[in-house]
Design a protein. Structure first.
Length: 95
């Protein structure tokens, strides 16, 4: 299944497979996005889920705390879309 992913403040929208992580899809489409480990350990790809639903693969609680998750933050390297979604890079957020 494929879904639309919109990146706020970047005028970018892409169609990605539900089998791909958000980060992998962004990079495959040439969209610059912060990342480092790609394994859910460092938290560099942390972003805000504005709209939609995702499933998060296993990640470190140090990379994304329960409180951050409750605020709508996700890790792009561990997120797989379950619906059309909109995300925002943290440098555009006041979290």
């Amino acid at each position: 299944m494929s879904y639309s992913l919109t990146i706020e403040h970047c005028d970018s929208s892409i169609i990605i497979s539900s089998e791909e992580t958000v980060l992998f899809a962004l990079l495959q489409h040439g969209i610059i996005f912060p990342y480092a480990c790609q394994n859910g350990v460092c938290g560099t790809c942390k972003c805000k889920l504005i709209k939609g639903r995702v499933n998060l693969d296993i990640y470190s609680d140090e990379a994304l705390t329960a409180a951050e998750f409750q605020q709508g933050l996700i890790l792009a390297c561990r997120a797989r879309l379950l619906s059309d979604a909109t995300i925002s890079k943290l440098d555009y957020q006041n979290v």
